[in-house]
Design a protein around this ligand. Structure first.
Ligand code: TSJ
Length: 639
């Protein structure tokens, strides 16, 4: 029995309509991100219930018909009359900002905090939505259609001894650019929530395919499990450590572990009330300050650091993987920045500082053997940093070592300009293509470095192996900005580093090996968008004096249509192109196409690089089996 709302509810309809008119205001966007917000909204409500102590299991199901079901085992939602004369379920799902939150008196309070745009927003953006609430012995069902503008009467559909809430909704295809939920995205997010919510089970089902998929996430000690997950496939220098405590109403959980061999970067993942704080904030600075201070104090105490010496934060955090999770009361919760990814709450800093200072010193004392080994590593990091700084200063003063000069003069065809802000370095596969590139380039600002043979897989080796490898050594010298923890992108001799390989399997393999090296040892280059992949054409189409280059099959088909009968040649490699052709199609800034390489998501990229390029074959096999559909390239975002 559907009915439209009466006149007195005209405000509700206007509210729902406002959401449909400007969905971006409520869920950020109508692309894939915005679409998934609908699920996060429902899950947040179920998680809140679990955090209040009701229900330990949450299930998310992607149904065959394109809808999504979110179910919990909480108290269920009361369906009696609300003060407004409407049924409470109707209030929750149609009144803007009503959220899913009730007071025990039967009224509702508006959902505060960062997330929680409310169930009514999800309803407004859905073709249909159903809710089934098992509460007080009966299951009550209510159905909404057309963005919440039509509602059924609540109906008792059965009796039960259980309690819980099940909401199923189908996103409105006329509002979203895509209504295709991404199973992997949902699994990633639910796994993360399960890590942060020890003891709660989250199940994700995908029933859309012939072969249904399902993942269950449950961690009795989520912080430790999170660290294990992040460091999977990497060698480690310490046991994972967990520190928890409370300070002035803020709960702080920290877990960390140091990775070894070849892992120079630090990875800190921080969360506040389950929301990722990508841009850090007061809690992260509290963590960094207290962490650095504790290790400095310990190093001094055991006599490895003289009174005037100190370890920098970057020395202390070399190879560190850490997860930081805070629970901050809503009334002092403050997020900052354009994407609200930064904690602004001032109390965040002293809270983390106090919890860490109090407990880290004790851990260091109790685990002397490990602590001493960590200090040794930090001292090495400091040494490398200082040596690197000195070397760079000398290079700047023009005191390049004879060895460096010799290595470079041998291979590099340098650019004439001294202005690094306009210079480009082409890394070219093979000597013959290197020759064409050298002839074809604009030598005023373009330098060519040919790479011979395969590049070392840097995920599988130590810093020492890299130093011994001629190819990478030359690359490091050529870029001239150091390597690993000593790398400083602002010292780079080039503004763009362009990987130019054949468009075949070998070529993509070389790309991946180089990107892996940049990711591990010169990450700021990727973070600052300084690494590119050149896109050579696949075909040359000529007819009379007209010559066109095509970069994929689609373009080829179009060119054929346009030109009629024409001669088509397929380039098998860069070497087949003349210097002139290479310049025109691939190197000339006015006519070339470059792909800019960035990092899609730190956490994802980190794990994929470690697992796919690392030395644990078993892990790799399992990973590939479970994830046949994506490749390492997915970790590097290409613009
Ligand atoms: F968002 C939503 F409303 F659609 C929604 C709410 C979706 C999902 C999947 C779950 C929920 C939800 C709400 N699960 N559990 C609750 N519980 C309450 O809202 C509730 C129930 C009883 C009482 C009480 O004081 O008796 C209080 C609350 C907050």
């Amino acid at each position: 029995m559907e009915r439209e709302y009466t006149e007195q509810n005209i405000q509700i309809l206007e509210g729902l309509e406002a959401v449909r008119k400007r969905p971006g205001m409520y869920i950020g966007s109508t692309d894939e991100l915005g679409l998934h917000h609908l699920i996060w909204e429902m899950v947040d409500n179920a998680v809140d219930e679990a955090l209040n102590g009701y229900g330990k299991k949450i299930t998310v199901t992607l149904e065959k018909d394109g809808s999504c079901t979110v179910a919990d085992e909480g108290r269920g939602m009361p369906s009696g009359m609300h003060a407004s004369g409407m049924n409470t379920l109707q209030v929750i799902f149609t009144v803007l900002h009503a959220g899913g939150k009730f007071t025990s008196e039967g009224g509702y309070k508006t959902a505060g905090g960062l997330h929680g745009v409310g169930a009514s927003v999800v309803n407004a953006l859905s073709e249909w939505l159903t809710v089934e609430s098992a509460y007080g012995g009966e299951i009550v069902r209510m159905e909404f259609t057309d963005g919440g503008s039509k509602a059924s009467q609540p109906k008792i559909i059965g009796a039960t001894r259980k309690t819980g809430t099940t909401v199923r909704f189908k996103p409105d295809a006329s509002i979203f650019k895509t209504v295709n939920f991404n199973y992997e995205t949902i699994c990633d997010r639910m796994r993360e929530e399960a890590f942060l919510l020890s003891g709660i089970t989250i199940i994700v089902n995908d029933k859309r395919k012939e072969k249904e998929a399902s993942e269950t996430y449950f961690f009795s000690d989520g912080m430790m499990a999170f660290i294990d997950y992040l460091n999977e496939g990497k060698s480690v220098l310490s046991k994972p450590v967990k520190i928890s405590g409370d300070y002035e109403g803020i709960h702080v959980d920290v877990a960390f572990q140091f990775t070894g061999d070849g892992n120079y970067s630090e990875s800190i993942y921080s969360f506040v009330n389950l929301v990722r704080t990508r841009d850090g904030g007061t809690h992260e600075s509290g963590f960094k300050g207290a962490f650095t201070a504790a290790f400095n104090e310990y190093a001094r105490k055991i006599g490895k650091l003289k009174a005037k010496e100190k370890l920098d934060g970057s020395d202390v955090r070399e190879g560190l993987t850490a997860v930081l999770s805070l629970t901050v009361p809503e009334n002092i919760l403050q997020f900052e920045g354009q994407t609200k990814g930064k904690l602004g709450t001032p109390q965040g800093k002293p809270a983390v500082d106090n919890v860490i200072s109090e407990k880290l010193a004790a851990w260091l004392e109790e685990n002397r053997e490990q602590s001493d080994a960590l200090i040794d590593r930090m001292l090495l990091a400091r040494q490398a940093r200082e040596a690197g700084k000195k070397a760079r200063e000398e290079v700047r003063k023009g005191k390049k070592s004879a060895r460096q000069e010799r290595v470079l003069s041998d291979k590099l065809s340098p650019a004439n300009s001294k202005d690094s802000s306009i210079k480009e370095l082409f890394l070219v596969e093979g000597d013959s293509a290197g020759g064409s590139a050298k002839q074809g380039r604009d030598s005023r600002f373009q330098a060519i470095l040919p790479l011979r043979g395969k590049v070392l897989n840097t995920e599988k080796c130590t810093m020492r192996d890299i130093e011994k490898n001629e190819e990478l050594n030359t690359l490091i010298y050529t870029i001239g900005a150091g390597v690993g923890s000593d790398f400083d992108y602002s010292d780079s001799h080039y503004n763009k580093i362009i990987i130019m390989t054949d468009a075949d399997d070998d070529g993509s393999h070389i790309q991946i090996l180089l990107l892996t090296f940049f990711y591990r040892y010169m990450r700021p280059l990727l973070e600052h968008g300084m690494v590119y992949i050149a896109l050579p054409p696949l075909y040359k189409v000529s007819k009379g004096k007209t010559v066109e280059y095509c970069y994929d099959d689609e373009e080829l088909a179009q060119a054929r249509k346009r030109l009629g009968k024409a001669t088509i040649s397929r380039y098998k490699g860069l070497g087949e192109m003349s210097a002139q052709q290479l310049w025109e199609t691939t190197m000339n800034p006015a006519s070339r196409t470059l792909l800019k390489v960035g990092i899609e998501d730190g956490m994802k990229a980190e794990r994929r690089v470690a697992v796919l390029m690392g030395d644990k074959a078993e892990l790799r096999r399992k990973w590939i089996e479970e994830n046949v559909s994506f490749t390492l390239e997915d970790s590097f975002k290409v613009e």
